[in-house]
Design a protein around this ligand. Structure first.
Ligand code: ADP
Length: 484
């Protein structure tokens, strides 16, 4: 059985700030179906150490970057996956957000905290250990694991295969050049063909330079990040490594996101009982104080409220939506100006718009079930999950054609409608005019109930589970297996 160590800074439900945590929990489990023995290495935040079932010390760690020492713990996650945690109180015994200090700024020693993560991962292959589990492949996720491939490149001895996955290229882990020796990187690594990045040390840059193979979370995002608008400075390196870069879609956990068994809904349904969705719409309209009209198309946004997510495009398009009898519900938090703008709209159109500022998992389920259309007008979207949930809930996604949105939603063009393959609506230009035009197209189709129903049924039967993605990762590992 091939052995793979996931090197990651988040894992649901122990520590989560984004989609990386979901992938770190779900993908290892899915890979066990493909004869891959995946274990996870995490920093020992308090929630991680507390959450490790049956934990025991397997090794002491000394002489780490920054001169630290600690212990390697081993245990099990709730889903049965074996996990290791780096117990090192000085760096990781801090509750709350894994990257940010209580004031909201980055922890000043983040370079050391995540260098230690990469170092311990690389050392897994070398160190004689009591548990004799040596990975064939080290698979790092995002900038926090970025130094792992660099450390592997500079250490002698047995060489594992290395993979780096980009979950969001906007976060790169950029640090001062003065940290080079504390990070235990050789002086010769500080160059363009190495860890140097815009005069500093780039953790993600280092990972993308030294890893054997690179992946990101959708085929379209893999193409986009090789160009200036999307690569955030790394486009040149990625274009140079295009032959080693793959886009593999994230999957959905249909155990949690399934309208036929979702405990949060007032009425459960599947593709053969789409009518039963109506009760969820009525309940959602009541919850938000909207006019109780089934014939009003109900649009929803469940999102971080940021410029990247295109929430500002939506604000400008809303008057046109209401003029056509549409309704809106929003669940999100983020940028204060966007929050205020949405709340203002809800105040001005109380019968047509309801806005909940906050993070609420159960409400996200009720909205996916009750709305007619889920909007994802992102300027950039590595994979996106909400549009995949929406498809399963028969809530047609309306998306900007970018990243994973482009790969998972088929626009209801006349040809796609005739063909029966359409699953939603898509627009190209990141402008409120393009969004408005697409909202109108959706409303027009909504008023043809039998056509709408056909789209819903088709959307609900699309499969974006983890099986296909796990297969793709398993094949990638095979190509890299040492001694292949
Ligand atoms: P990103 O990771 O960029 O935020 P994704 O679409 O990949 O975007 O994942 C977002 C996840 O967070 C989804 O599971 C979505 O349901 C959830 N989510 C976002 N905002 C909220 C919120 N305010 N309340 C509840 N869930 C939310």
């Amino acid at each position: 059985m091939m052995r793979v160590l996931f090197v990651t800074s988040e894992c649901f439900p122990l520590v989560k700030t984004g989609g990386l945590a979901d992938v770190s929990a779900a993908l290892p489990l899915a890979l066990t179906q493909h004869s891959v023995d995946v274990r996870i290495l995490l920093p020992g935040y308090p929630a991680v150490i507390d959450g490790l079932e049956g934990r025991r010390v397997v090794r002491t760690l000394s002489d780490l970057p920054g001169g630290f020492s600690g212990r390697l713990l081993m245990g099990r996650l709730a889903n049965g996956v074996t996990a290791y945690a780096i117990e090192l109180a000085e760096l990781f015994d801090r509750p709350g957000n894994p990257y940010l200090a209580p004031g909201g700024g980055d922890w000043a020693d983040n370079h050391l905290r995540f260098a230690v993560l990469g170092w311990v991962a690389a050392d897994f292959v070398q160190a004689p250990s009591s548990h004799h589990w040596r990975p064939d492949i080290l698979h790092g996720h995002d900038w926090q694991a970025g130094l792992m491939p660099a450390y592997v490149a500079f250490q002698g001895g047995r060489r594992p295969g290395t993979v780096m996955t980009i979950h969001n290229i906007a976060y790169q882990g950029q640090f001062s050049p003065d940290t080079l020796s504390a990070l235990r990187l050789p002086a010769r690594s500080f160059q363009v063909e190495g860890v140097e990045y815009y005069g500093g040390i780039g953790f993600l840059k280092a990972g993308l330079y030294y890893a054997d193979r690179l992946t990101t979370v959708s085929p379209t995002y893999a193409r986009e990040i090789q160009s200036a608008g999307y690569g955030c400075g790394l486009e040149g390196l990625l274009a140079h490594r295009t032959d080693q870069l793959d886009g593999i879609l994230n999957g959905v956990d249909y155990g949690i996101w399934n309208p036929a068994s979702d405990p949060h809904l007032v009425s459960r349904y599947g593709p053969d009982q789409v009518e039963a969705k109506a009760a969820n719409k009525a309940a959602l309209q009541a919850e938000f104080g909207l006019e109780p009209k089934q014939e009003a198309p109900l649009f929803a946004l469940v999102s971080r409220l940021t410029w990247h997510k295109g929430a500002d495009l939506l604000l400008e398009a809303l008057p046109a939506l209401f003029a056509r009898g549409g309704q809106l519900v929003v669940l999100g938090t983020g940028d204060k100006n966007l929050e205020a703008g949405l709340l203002r709209i809800a105040g001005r159109y109380p019968q047509a718009a309801g806005v909940h500022i906050g993070y609420d998992e159960a409400l996200a389920h009720r909205i996916q079930a009750g709305a007619d259309v889920l909007m994802v007008p992102s300027r950039a979207e590595p994979c996106g999950l909400t549009q995949l949930y929406a498809l399963r809930y028969g809530t047609l996604p309306l998306v900007r054609r970018t990243g994973g949105l482009e790969d998972t939603v088929i626009d209801a063009t006349p040809a796609a409608l005739a063909d029966g393959c359409a699953t939603g609506f898509a627009f190209d230009e990141p402008s409120s005019a393009a969004l408005t035009w697409t909202l109108r197209r959706a409303i027009d189709l909504f008023h043809h109930p039998e056509r709408w129903r056909r789209l819903q049924r088709h959307a609900m039967t699309r499969d974006f589970g983890w099986a296909a993605s796990a297969q793709a990762y398993a094949e990638l590992y095979q190509k890299l297996r040492p001694g292949r």
